[in-house]
Design a binder for this molecule. Structure first.
Ligand SMILES: Cc1cc2nc3c(=O)[nH]c(=O)nc-3n(C[C@H](O)[C@H](O)[C@H](O)COP(=O)(O)OP(=O)(O)OC[C@H]3O[C@@H](n4cnc5c(N)ncnc54)[C@H](O)[C@@H]3O)c2cc1C
Length: 592
């Protein structure tokens, strides 16, 4: 935190001012600035609203602020815009939004409220839950009307706890429609890269992924693969640069900001918040090699993401073993906004948690497993060679169990995903087509092992051979009867989303019998952290005593998640991030 009287020297006189007005500060009023004799400049510019971070929360907030007539700037640490949002699958969980209602989803505010309350339990004040549910649909409508973004219903992608009151087995998540990247012009080059690009020539939606894994064994899978190719061909013929998923989301929001005249300053990290009389009245950023004060006459919205890439913060707040090599979040997300908020007096919450998911530590980057651990013909075992969880459970829950049970005597980190050749013959694994061999580098790195018997495989990964054999035998019996008596895999509609409908009697369960067998190392991966500044239903940052820090707002992974320790459905991070960005901007506008 930079207190005005200390870190902020008095502005230099007018004769020394460096005029910064121009494209880079379009829309902002120049207050003062100084650059003299090589001394690092402390330029001061003023906007109504300063937004930190050009990710999902930040860009939505900036768009909303600008559309309410507020002079707005976004400061972004990376040389690109989009953050983790651009890398993401861009599932967005917003109950009762106009897209799902038009698609006939039988959602109601009462169902959504009952469901969210049951999912998050007592960890999240009802006021915040209600604020999210009330503003979410308005946010989606706003984004559709003020940017080129449109959205599609992800039909069939079940809520993660569909059996809870108000849960939707057919889902209530949406994702962006296809967008032509040419709308961004040269700015498209500054879009953060996707986590895994779509295969060349294909246009793939998140909702297609489930079917693409089945393309070899399922008629709809094959049809969806053909449709993805067709979309790619059509877009190429039209000369388009087709974007989907997080690429479309980030590009669409950025296009909205371009139209609204909101500058996005890349390579401009926040280094501190600026407070005057206890009120957040700006941010200090590093810009063109100089510490620069950007004043915010009406408010600061921190949307600088989580701290997934801060080894120090992870070590301080999270359970061991932990590091920064298993996350798939954007590498710039090192928690600077959260730390600045804490220095300004913010209470922090949920710092021990993350948007966890079982991941394979592949040599180039960790691979966040979805379908791979739920398709029939696989199990996950611990260091004793024993199953310990429903492999098809929501990804966050699986990692919670890994941490809860991990002790030196009872190793659950790493765990091992065991599959047989039958499974490899049928399903896509990451981007490796069925039947094709896995890359040698995966074996070389120790992320995967292969053996011709279960006993040999056990030896390779250091688990008791008899125990692993016993586990496989018992699981194969469950596959035959269709009932997983130990962990109930396949009982929930959610378990049955990423699975193979042709497998009977339970589409989640198939025996492991055909050699060779494979073991993939499983570690606690994440999409980012979910702890940060504690906020209220208006996205205002709170102190530990519950009082508001005037002028300071936070949204997205810089704030403690409205999902608490849980995960309601696909899009439970982006939905609230965008919603609370929108809420913050509107609260600032309403407070004028
Ligand atoms: C591979 C992958 C798939 C995912 N799929 C989904 C999904 O389908 N649905 C879903 O809901 N979520 C998904 N997520 C998670 C989701 O993308 C994030 O939780 C979400 O983007 C968080 O939004 P945010 O605005 O808080 O952070 P981000 O989108 O990460 O944006 C934060 C921005 O702040 C910038 N920043 C950081 N520090 C500073 C600083 N000091 N100064 C200025 N700027 C700074 C960053 O560079 C970044 O651009 C996925 C994530 C990944 C990585």
């Amino acid at each position: 935190m930079a207190e005005a009287t200390h870190a902020n020297p008095a502005p230099e006189g007018p004769s020394r001012r460096t005029l910064l007005r121009g494209a880079a500060v379009a829309g902002g009023a120049l207050v003062t600035g100084a650059a003299l004799g090589g001394t690092p400049a402390r330029a001061e510019v003023e906007y109504d609203v300063v937004v930190v971070g050009a990710g999902a929360a930040g860009m939505t907030a900036a768009l909303a602020a600008a559309k309410r007539g507020l002079r707005t700037v976004v400061v972004e640490k990376a040389p690109t815009f989009g953050g983790s949002a651009a890398r993401s699958g861009a599932g967005i969980w917003i109950p009762n939004n106009e897209v799902i209602l038009a698609a006939g989803v039988p959602d109601t505010p009462a169902k959504a409220a009952a469901y969210l309350a049951r999912v998050v339990g007592g960890d999240v004040p009802v006021e915040r839950q209600q604020a999210f549910l009330a503003a979410g649909p308005a946010m989606i409508s706003f984004v559709m009307r003020n940017s080129p973004l449109l959205f599609r219903f992800m039909e069939g992608y079940s809520d993660y706890y569909p059996e809870f009151p108000g849960g939707m087995p057919n889902g209530r998540s949406i994702e962006p429609a296809q967008l032509d990247g040419r709308i961004l012009g040269a700015e498209l080059d500054r879009l953060n890269a996707p986590y895994i690009p779509s295969p060349a020539g294909m246009v793939v939606f998140s909702a297609d992924y489930k079917w693409l894994t089945l393309a070899l064994v399922n008629a709809k899978g094959a049809a969806v693969a053909a449709e993805c190719l067709l979309r790619g061909t059509e877009a190429a013929l039209r000369g388009e640069k087709p974007l989907t998923m997080g690429q479309a989301l980030a590009a669409g929001l950025r296009a909205g900001l371009l139209s609204a005249g909101v500058p996005v300053w890349l390579n401009t990290p926040l280094t501190d918040l600026h407070l005057e009389g206890g009120r957040a009245s700006g941010v200090v950023v590093s810009r063109n090699g100089a510490q620069t004060l950007v004043r915010a006459a009406r408010g600061v919205i921190v949307g600088s993401g989580g701290f997934e890439h801060s080894a120090a913060m992870r070590a301080e707040f999270q359970r061991q073993p932990i590091g920064t090599s298993w996350t798939v979040g954007a590498k710039e997300n090192t928690g600077a906004g959260i730390e600045a908020g804490e220095r300004a007096g913010a209470a922090l919450g949920l710092m021990d948690d993350a948007w966890w998911g079982p991941a394979i530590p592949l040599p180039d980057q960790p691979y966040f497993c979805l379908a791979e651990r739920t398709l029939p013909g696989c199990i996950i075992v611990n260091g004793d060679g024993v199953r310990f969880v429903n492999e098809g459970a929501p990804y966050s829950d699986v990692v919670h169990v890994m941490y809860d049970r991990n002790t030196p005597a009872d190793q659950h980190i790493p765990s091992w995903l065991i599959v047989d050749q039958q499974y490899r013959n049928r399903y896509l694994f990451k981007d490796v087509a069925p039947l094709l061999p896995l890359p040698a580098s995966w074996y070389d790195s120790g992320a995967v092992h292969k053996a011709w018997t279960i006993e040999q495989l056990a030896q390779r990964i250091g688990v008791p051979a008899g125990a692993l054999r016993g586990t496989v035998t018992r699981f194969n019996e469950f596959a035959a009867t269709g009932k997983d008596l130990d962990f109930h895999r396949g009982d929930s509609a959610y378990d049955r989303y990423y699975t193979d409908p042709s497998v009977k009697p339970n589409p989640c369960l198939a025996p492991l019998w055909l050699p060779p067998f494979y073991a993939f190392k499983i570690v606690p991966g994440d999409l980012g952290t979910k702890g940060g500044m504690v906020t209220d239903g208006r996205a205002r940052v709170l102190r530990a005593d519950g009082s508001v820090i005037p002028g300071l707002y936070a949204a997205g992974n810089a704030s403690a998640a409205v999902m608490g320790h849980s995960y309601a459905g696909s899009g439970s991070t982006l939905g609230p991030a965008m919603t609370f960005g929108y809420v913050a901007a509107n609260h600032i506008a309403d407070s004028m």
